[in-house]
Design a protein around this ligand. Structure first.
Ligand SMILES: [Zn+2]
Length: 244
């Protein structure tokens, strides 16, 4: 990719450990201080700043979309980790035998079971198995939203897949509780738009997997900024930079 101004990014030759000075480039180009942040981290920061995590000391967000992203905010700061890989919540391992392949190349990640893409794949696989019937079988294509609607309308296969998805996400939430024990864990992104009933299902499953105290006290919430969380969070990161 040739960016006007002389900086050349050459993806085929990029190594994972090679730093690309995007922030410095933009800052020099526009002569402004520049914040640079991962989208899910920015969304977590947005929810923590003015959304469902407002006023909390420690807050974690799972973003449920085609993949699963995550972000951790403690004392007003995004926890980025020593190597910028903290908060990769979609790659919490929830299964180590016969496990599904994740987009990251490993197996058994939460994302491979509970992202919108994975939910559709799991329904397709269930439909292909003998004896499984569903209203969704009449359609050549369907989305995670269709599956949630079918579950609400009483489709048993869809309801079972949705409940298993809530259970997988509860395992992810419990893991976060055991690592960080935050004030609250929220779920956002396209699939959380399925609504409070889905979040309530996750909440119900958490005590099976978490220690009793965090299971009782760590709140499971639905994110409120919807599609704006990332851009609001990015603005918040920029604001922090200016007021540092
Ligand atoms: Zn993964």
């Amino acid at each position: 990719m040739d960016i006007p101004g002389g900086l050349i990014l050459d993806p085929p030759n990029l190594k994972p450990w090679r730093n690309v000075p995007v922030r410095r480039y933009i800052s020099e180009r526009f002569q402004r201080p520049t914040a640079f942040q991962n989208d899910a981290n920015a969304a977590a920061f947005g929810e923590s700043w003015v959304g469902c995590g407002r006023g909390l000391r420690s807050f974690v967000l799972f973003t449920l979309g085609t993949g699963i992203g995550g972000g951790i905010v403690v004392d007003g700061k995004i926890v980025e980790g020593q190597h910028s890989h903290a908060g990769e919540l979609g790659h919490i391992k929830i299964e180590i035998t016969s496990s599904r392949l994740c987009g990251c190349g490993q197996r058994g990640c939460l994302e491979a079971y509970a992202s919108a893409t994975a939910v559709v794949a799991r329904v397709r696989e269930a439909l292909a198995e003998s004896g499984q019937t569903s209203s969704l079988g009449a359609f050549s294509t369907f989305t995670a939203r269709d599956i949630f609607q079918a579950a609400d309308a009483g489709d048993r296969l869809a309801a079972a897949i949705v409940d298993d998805t809530a259970r997988y996400l509860a395992v992810g939430a419990a893991t976060v509780m055991h690592v960080l024990d935050p004030d609250a864990i929220a779920f956002g992104g396209g699939m959380a738009l399925a609504g409070e009933r889905f979040i309530a299902r996750i909440r119900e499953h958490v005590p099976q997997f978490a220690f009793p105290t965090p299971a009782q006290r760590c709140e499971i919430r639905r994110a409120v900024l919807e599609g704006n969380a990332g851009v609001i969070g990015a603005a918040g990161c920029g604001r922090l930079l200016l007021h540092r």
